[in-house]
Design a protein around this ligand. Structure first.
Ligand code: GRF
Length: 225
């Protein structure tokens, strides 16, 4: 689609649940100058609340229930066929809770993004906020990265740092990180969709922040200690 001077690249979003990141992506992609549009939302769960965000926005939302398929490759083939039928060029995993085979990951290599609620490579996997709090980690955050076969690994596109408070519960911290996620995911997608970043080796080139400022917790005193 040509919109003014910008070409909006068709993306697909994979979800399994709440869909708050999908909602953030819907809102961002509705901006006329955003370099992508959502062509298709797929949920592997029929009851995913996030499907309603897509439907309310008039976006094609399909349920491809993994339980309806004999094995993982068949399920993934159905997803790839649906994505291709919608002309999808970039896939965004947004709270998509199925492990993907090497075949699917390779097919969408450097065209599939994921968001994870930690500063990768720290705290891969589930229950990140519980573990951050249990270990007294001072600064956490979120990461958008290209998907690789290993879970929560792959070239980092963008990160946001979020301070941890001593009174945080996992729920409070999750809420603070989620606010950052909703800013970060559209930002990272825009970098990819507009061609401002590329992968060299296993590192993303381009899209880096020029600043060299530092974030301390606790802050050093006046003497700089
Ligand atoms: C987010 O915290 C995301 O980082 C993780 O799963 C959660 C999905 O939340 N991968 P939502 O469905 O986007 O609200």
């Amino acid at each position: 689609m040509v919109d003014g001077l910008s070409i909006k690249r068709p993306i697909g979003v994979l979800i399994s649940g709440r869909g708050s990141n999908l909602k953030a992506l819907i809102e961002a992609t509705q901006r006329p100058d955003f370099p992508a549009r959502i062509a298709l939302v797929i949920s592997n769960r029929p009851d995913a609340p996030g499907l309603d965000f897509a439907r309310a926005a008039g976006i094609d939302a399909q349920v491809i229930d993994h339980k309806a398929f004999g094995d993982r490759p068949e399920f993934e083939q159905a997803m790839t066929e649906a994505l291709q039928a919608s002309g999808v060029e970039i896939v965004c995993n947004a709270g998509f809770m199925r492990l993907l085979t090497a075949h699917f990951v390779q097919h969408w290599r450097d065209r599939q993004l994921n968001i994870h609620p930690s500063l990768l490579p720290a705290y891969r996997g589930l229950d990140t906020h519980e573990r951050v709090i249990a270990e007294g980690t001072r600064i956490t955050g979120c990461t958008v990265h290209f998907v690789r076969v290993e879970m929560d690994a792959g070239p980092i596109i963008a990160q946001a740092a979020v301070p941890v408070s001593p009174s945080d519960t996992p729920e409070k911290l999750a809420e603070r990180v989620l606010q950052a996620e909703h800013l970060l995911y559209p930002h990272a997608l825009a970098l990819v969709a507009s061609g401002q970043v590329r992968v060299e080796g296993e590192r993303v080139v381009g899209g880096w922040h020029a600043g060299e400022s530092m974030l301390f917790s606790p802050e050093p005193d006046a003497a700089g200690r």
